[in-house]
Design a protein around this ligand. Sequence first.
Ligand code: EPZ
Length: 419
Amino acid sequence: MGQFVVAGGRPLAGTFAVSGSKNAALPILAATTLVAAPVTLKGVPLGLLDVRHMLAMLRELGVRVATAGPDSVTVDARGPLSPDLPDAYTRTMRASVFLMGPVLARLGRVTVSRPGGCNIGPRPIDLHVKGLAALSVRFADGPGGHIVGEAARLKGAVTYLDFPSVGATENVMMAAVAADGTTVIENAAREPEVVDLAQFLNARGAAVHGAGTDRIWIEGGRTLSGGTYELIPDRIEAGTVAVAAALTGGDVTMSHVIPEHLTPLWRKLSEMGAVVELGSTTVRVSAAGALRAASLRTGPHPGFPTDLQPLMLALMTQARGCSTLVETVFENRLRHALELRRMGANVLTDGRMAVIYGPTPLEGAVVEATDLRAGAALMVAGLAAQGRTTVLGAEMVARGYQDWAQRLQSLGASVTLEP
Ligand code: EPZ
């Protein structure tokens, strides 16, 4: 397990080019297995561990994968594929579950190990299974803690998601593309990454309508063709840098951003006293004066993104007054609060709620990344702390942030990655 060592007290300044979106890349890479022709994806964050794991899993299934540039990959799924998702990846990367729909669509069968929990909650796949079952997939328990899904033919249907799950929406959408007839997903997730998947599928010849709303309908059975597609930027990476600029009293301009993907963040940062300037594909964030306390509640898009909740909690430790934060999406996504207390933060948690009194001076300490966004938050807190902060679990952060130490250094941060 590597560690990041951060020397605090230096405001971030300069320009930052945002990578392609991890959470668009993972489902779209899975969706390439639906296409019996080569597909080239651009804007793929190939430096991320999760993306590398997804590419390795595709190769193990029989898909040909070739790098086509620093952030581009060509995928050819024409050959015979295996229905067995490799345990090595399904146990460590939840996004493996995105392959269930496409593999069922191609082969009529899929085997997957039950997903382990993770640090932010149990994260079952019951909504994925229920949605795919609506399309005539029959699931049964297989040997060794596996689930087996089978369907002679996928049949379009109306399915309702008890919770607007991003992954379940994407899984059902991909399966529905290959189903006979029309599928309607009610209470669908509305995240920009869901929209990007729909746009990728439609660029291949599919007929996905309503993505970005809570009712998506898909006319199945279209022939899909190969081609080239560029992913959207990573809004969570952009949000992470924006909070880092505000927390360090810096001034950073981010490029390769779709500002409307993060409206809730820009509003909240402005409310807290940061200066946010939105361009068409850029955002500039600066904070010279004191920050003001605020209240925050995460929620499914267009609500405040849960993935930026840890970053906002770190920011609130430096805001004047009493801030409150409620995490409504995941059951156990406040563990970074305890790590921030080690650095001197005055934060109390109870269940899904945190109360933060600020500003409190942060001191460098040894802390641990409990999930990838928590790790990013602890690094950002370290940038504002006095002294050195060591964030254990660098691999966790590398799942979602590529070349992270170097890219923060380019903004003036003192960050090193140690083995
Ligand atoms: C996606 O995860 C993202 N990951 C997550 O980003 C993100 O936090 C999450 O959506 C919410 O926006 C990818 O896109 C690869 P969900 P996903 O299904 O699809 C419960 C990051 O940091 N649930 O919307 O797994 C689940 O337990 C990651 O980049 C069920 O109960 O999220 C959770 O409480 C972290 N049953 C809630 O729904 C199910 O079958 C939201 O999960 C599925 C989900």
